[in-house]
Design a protein around this ligand. Structure first.
Ligand SMILES: Nc1ncnc2c1ncn2[C@@H]1O[C@H](COP(=O)(O)OP(=O)(O)OP(=O)(O)O)[C@@H](O)[C@H]1O
Ligand SMILES: [Mg+2]
Length: 321
């Protein structure tokens, strides 16, 4: 049980369980009830429920066994983006007679904006030819990569980025079911660092839970190998106060234990320098020095040595103030 990815475990089984996307869900529910299903195009950013909604719709339409009963197939265009797939796999499925109460099959063509233009034209002909037997749900991140004749044959549903409030509430529910303690700040942090991609948010929460059953911001930073700004600040203050060895310890911890990229530490230092309680003249000297370090690292110099040298420089500029 422990090894199931939570994105699977908490994947909405029916349309009722899909969160947000209210207008779309209402239309989809109507469509299921009336069995009047058009070809559909689901567009929108990553991890907001496009694929999950297509599965949920099929489940509401055909029941739990929707996959095994042969009424629904999923083809992923990014694995098999060529003309061949569309011709063979999709056509074979599309032409076979549908049976049962619903009277047509559903083909989910995921990541269909990855299909070549030729393949899209082939698809368009199949859509016309077999539309009494089957309906297509095309899923894509960008609708402008889908050829116009296909777009005009589909009802388009634009999925929106899930709002922060709704996602953090949902993550809190998962945390509770998994007996985790997670602070509000940590959940907001997960959302911000994932750009609103709920798949990513859930994965981060699961990874965090394997580190610690009580999740705060620093656990989140660790999981995402993201610089903890508080730690960078602490490192700079240690160096400014003369404790080079401790400052270097913090640096090594971030680089080797937390797995943060040297580049990211550099960016964080750059942002943090201006908040340091040191005279402006000293800040200028340090920014100048940071530019040097940036250049050397990009030329392939050792991140640890260069960043350590920068910490030493903080001490050495003390008199410049
Ligand atoms: N609106 C939502 N309601 C409930 N769960 C969601 C929603 N959106 C995403 N999820 C969760 O995130 C996972 C990934 O969602 P999904 O596969 O639907 O993303 P997608 O929109 O198809 O993204 P991509 O463009 O990357 O394929 C789901 O398994 C589910 O756990
Ligand atoms: Mg998807």
């Amino acid at each position: 049980m422990a090894t199931i990815p939570w994105t699977e475990k908490y994947r909405p089984k029916t349309l009722k369980e899909v969160i947000d996307q209210k207008d779309i869900l209402q239309s989809l529910k109507n469509v299921v009830e009336s069995h009047a299903i058009p070809h559909m195009l689901f567009v929108g950013p990553a991890g907001v429920g496009k694929t999950a909604s297509a599965h949920a719709l099929a489940c509401d339409l055909y029941g739990d066994g929707y996959m095994s009963e042969g009424m629904f197939i999923e083809v992923n265009a990014s694995d098999e983006r060529g003309l061949q797939t569309v011709r063979e796999k999709v056509k074979l499925f599309a032409r076979s007679q549908a049976f049962g109460e619903v009277g047509f099959r559903v083909i989910l063509l995921d990541e269909s904006d990855q299909l070549t233009e030729d393949a899209q034209h082939a698809l368009r002909r199949i859509m016309e030819q077999f539309s009494s037997n089957c309906r297509f749900i095309l899923v894509a991140n960008y609708s402008n990569r889908i050829i116009e004749p296909i777009q005009s044959r589909c009802a388009t549903f634009r999925f929106r980025l899930l709002p922060k409030k709704i996602v953090t509430k949902y993550l809190a529910e998962i945390a509770e079911k998994e007996s985790l303690k997670a602070t509000d700040a940590a959940l907001e942090n997960i959302y911000d660092l994932s750009n609103g991609d709920l798949r990513k948010c859930i994965n981060v929460l699961q990874a965090a839970s394997s580190l610690n059953k009580s999740i705060d911001e620093s656990v989140v930073y660790k999981v995402m190998a993201y610089v903890d700004r508080g730690e960078v600040q602490r490192m700079l203050e240690l160096a400014a106060s003369g404790d080079f060895l401790k400052a270097r310890e913090v640096l090594r911890q971030m680089l080797y234990y937390d797995g943060v990229a040297g580049r990211d530490i550099l960016d964080a230092i750059f942002r943090q320098i201006f908040a340091m309680k040191i005279p402006d003249r000293r800040k200028m000297l340090l920014v100048d020095q940071l530019g040097e370090v940036d250049h050397r690292i990009s030329e392939g110099a050792s991140e640890e040595i260069q960043l350590s040298a920068f910490l030493a420089k903080i001490l050495l500029t003390e008199r410049a103030g």
